[in-house]
Design a binder for this molecule. Sequence first.
Ligand SMILES: Nc1ncnc2c1ncn2[C@@H]1O[C@H](COP(=O)(O)OP(=O)(O)OP(=O)(O)O)[C@@H](O)[C@H]1O
Length: 300
Amino acid sequence: MTDESGRIAVADLTKVFGSVRAVDNLSFTVAPGTVTGFLGPNGAGKTTTLRCLLGLVTPTAGTATIGGLRYADLPRPSGTVGAVLDASSFHPARTARNHLRVLCAANGYPVQRGDEVLTLVGLTPAAGRKVNEYSAGMRQRLGLAAALLGDPQVLLLDEPANGLDPEGIVWLRRFLRRMASEGRTILLSSHVLSEVEQTVDDVVIIDKGSLVGQGGLAELADGQGRPVVVRGPDLDRLAATLHNRAGLTHRDGALVVTGLRREEVGHIAFSERIELHELTTERSDLKDIFFALTGGGASR
Ligand SMILES: Nc1ncnc2c1ncn2[C@@H]1O[C@H](COP(=O)(O)OP(=O)(O)OP(=O)(O)O)[C@@H](O)[C@H]1O
């Protein structure tokens, strides 16, 4: 797999439905080999963007491409991109195995490919059961199996954690990590940050159709100024040294410093010969970052 063939590029994308600007001049790229969370409140424009990438919606302006090509121009669409937009649209009376056989026949894949993808998603023991007996988590897996039929370089998943129990979320996380480690590009949407926080490397955050943040999780968290927690026997002297350079609070015997990076606090302590027993960056609550960027709640 070459890098460029699996790169997702959304450039100046706008989609207007009547009076609603569902996507508003949105630009971002997603690199192969990563799992990227596409985040935003309900109605932010995530599904519309994914549908533009899949050629299901015609952009009002701008482009949404995979490997530099619009979906309609891909020489082997199902071998390039697999998608799960709605994991409930299966024929209820069909078994999972039969469902995949129908898809294999329709797309020109050998029938055994259906069984291969069922194994990949761990559904082989339930392959002979009717889909209407499937749980929400099993349907998600079946949707993924169908998306994988063409061994695509890119996976686009709309709210894949929906309906999954904690065990299912752990499974999905491992599965997507494996897919990314094979060089695939994974873009998954969610409006529930905590569901994908442990799964994604990078995030693209949108609100009201526009980009409000993009980057690695740590990078975004740092941008919001994560507090630095310091412990040691001489915190009063450190506080006196820092008091006009940073925000300071005392908590549980520690000094909590805001407005300086951990390295800066460490350097100042070192140069003032102040002994430290702990110097850590507080784990930022991504939920707070998300809310700070989007204002929280539904966009429209
Ligand atoms: N076919 C359509 N016709 C009219 N309006 C639409 C259509 N599709 C989407 N919209 C509107 O565009 C906006 C963005 O919707 P979209 O489904 O892309 O958001 P989303 O971020 O995926 O939301 P959710 O998290 O709720 O799935 C919403 O206001 C929605 O009502």
